[in-house]
Write a protein that binds this ligand. Structure first.
Ligand SMILES: [Zn+2]
Length: 431
């Protein structure tokens, strides 16, 4: 698309400037609904020439349409109004998770208009996974009649630490964290950039194929952002998120924004030490929560080989399984108590396979949490199960584009008006 031109001499700065003006125009249309060019010029303060160029491009890309508002009044020409085109994609969210690829599409009105997910072979490489994500995206767009010509940005979530900002000819490194989790089975960390090589490869492949800026981050943190905007932590503003799966990931949302910390590792609740004599963890710490409460730890404790067998045995009243779950719940409750004393969240969201065990796990987590948390901190905090399921990562990746990209300056205010219906609509498109 013309707004983002990789051939520009100083692409990043020009993109930001131009994108800023384009975004101001779109913001007016989001807030005011269909508007005349004169109304948009007044609201944005843009010159006629600048506005004319922007509107011309938005019309060419199909992002907006322009129609007569009604029959001409008096002798003048009929007033035309600019309207956001609901069938034009402005942002894409992609999660390339441990087993699944999910894609969400949103239009310039910030409505999530389509969602799809598929399994991928765990052993496929980053390039193959990026290809599968792009194929899924194109199929989805074709099926739903969505035009990708006006696309402004893509957010991507993958396992592993750090974040990534990139685009056509604009790949920059993230924080200097060179650790890598066991969940990151498909790629190694690039010590030079400090970003998991797998994530960088996926981001580069998508940026190249779609010719738009790409932002990428840890998928669990994006899930935290998705839940904060559209899911179980909606309206909470300050929330902790914990995904208990084959690893344990977390996210901290403060004032509605994802909190990253100095090295992009904020919210790594899975690596709070809960056992001073515990085994060394891959992260470099000892006795981490992940070593006690993630799926592999529960399987080890109960001598089971698969999660299916574990849950069956638990449902059948297995004492060993129940003891393992209660031990994990105690550790999770204590870790959440410690984290809550630091972050003072309004809501704590628990997702992933272990949380999906339901009351048998969540009950003892809540008991332990209340026992180990200061009265003042626990007053008014709720523990709730995650609400978006497999959609959370892709929705969070969308939010990353809307909410957090420096390329989309001005979105912060608009994101407060994130579509109420979108999560529900996304559900209807789930496949
Ligand atoms: Zn650890």
């Amino acid at each position: 698309m013309a707004v983002v031109n990789a051939a520009d001499k100083n692409p990043t700065v020009l993109r930001q400037l131009r994108y800023g003006n384009v975004e101001r125009v779109l913001q007016v249309l989001r807030r005011q609904g269909p508007s005349s060019r004169a109304d948009v010029a007044t609201a944005t303060g843009l010159s006629r020439t600048t506005l004319s160029g922007i509107v011309g491009q938005l019309l060419a890309d199909g992002v907006v349409t322009e129609e007569p508002a009604g029959p001409p009044s008096g002798r003048g020409r009929p007033v035309h109004r600019l309207t956001l085109n609901p069938r034009s994609a402005q942002a894409i969210g992609i999660e390339v998770g441990r087993e699944r690829i999910t894609v969400a599409i949103a239009n310039a009105a910030h409505e999530v208009t389509a969602f799809a997910g598929t399994h991928h072979a765990q052993r496929s490489g980053a390039r193959e996974q990026a290809g599968a994500a792009l194929e899924l995206l194109r199929e989805l767009a074709a099926r739903e009649g969505i035009d990708l010509a006006g696309l402004g940005g893509v957010g991507i979530g993958t396992p592993g630490p750090g974040d990534t900002t990139g685009g056509p000819g604009d790949a920059t490194g993230g924080p200097e964290d060179t650790t890598r989790g066991p969940a990151d089975t498909t790629g190694a960390t690039s010590p030079a950039a400090g970003v998991p090589r797998h994530r960088q490869t996926v981001a580069d492949a998508v940026a190249e194929a779609l010719d738009v800026p790409v932002l990428a981050d840890n998928n669990t943190r994006l899930a935290a952002l998705g839940e904060a905007i559209w899911g179980a932590a909606r309206g909470a503003g300050d929330a902790l998120h914990l995904t208990l799966s084959y690893g344990i990931g977390g996210g901290l949302v403060a004032g509605g924004l994802l909190f990253r910390g100095a090295q992009g590792a904020a919210g790594e609740l899975g690596h709070i030490s809960v056992d001073v004599d515990g085994p060394r963890c891959w992260c470099g710490g000892h006795g981490c929560l992940e070593q006690v409460a993630a799926v592999p730890a529960l399987l080890r404790a109960a001598g089971r080989r698969s999660w299916g067998r574990f849950t069956q045995a638990l449902a059948a009243g297995g004492e060993t399984e129940r003891a393992a779950v209660e031990r994990a719940a105690l550790a999770v409750g204590r870790a959440l108590a410690a984290a809550s004393s630091t972050a003072n969240p309004r809501r704590i969201v628990l997702g992933g396979e272990v949380a999906e065990l339901g009351p048998v796990f969540l009950g003892p987590v809540e008991d332990a949490f209340r026992r180990y948390t200061a009265t003042r901190v626990q007053h008014g905090v709720e523990l709730v199960p995650a609400a978006l399921g497999e959609r959370s990562g892709a929705l969070g990746a969308l939010a990353l584009v809307f909410h957090e990209s420096p390329l989309l300056a001005g979105y912060a205010t608009a994101a407060a008006a994130a579509p109420e219906e979108s999560a529900g609509e996304a559900a209807t498109h789930a496949s």
